[in-house]
Design a protein around this ligand. Structure first.
Ligand SMILES: [Zn+2]
Ligand SMILES: [Zn+2]
Length: 77
């Protein structure tokens, strides 16, 4: 990982892009694409990796997480 510090703050340098350190959590840590937020399941995912980037919550009765497909881009019922 490369970092760059300037007067605006700390940046992560990846894929020839500068990602502000404050926004790093909105990028995939694997491929560094911007994450997509899924309103239906109230969670963000990476469409490039086809993986959720948020853990399911610890609430067993949570209907969002229960219905969440294994992979975000799998066909949904
Ligand atoms: Zn990714
Ligand atoms: Zn949940």
């Amino acid at each position: 990982m490369n970092y760059k510090q300037d007067e605006q703050g700390l940046y992560l340098v990846a894929n020839k892009k500068f990602i502000n350190w404050m926004d790093v959590h909105t990028y995939c840590h694997t491929c560094l694409s911007a994450l997509t937020f899924d309103d239906e399941f109230d969670a963000s995912y990476c469409s490039t990796c086809n993986e959720w980037r948020e853990e399911k919550c610890s609430d067993d009765s949570c209907e969002y997480c229960e219905r969440r497909p294994q992979r975000p881009l799998d066909p949904r019922r």
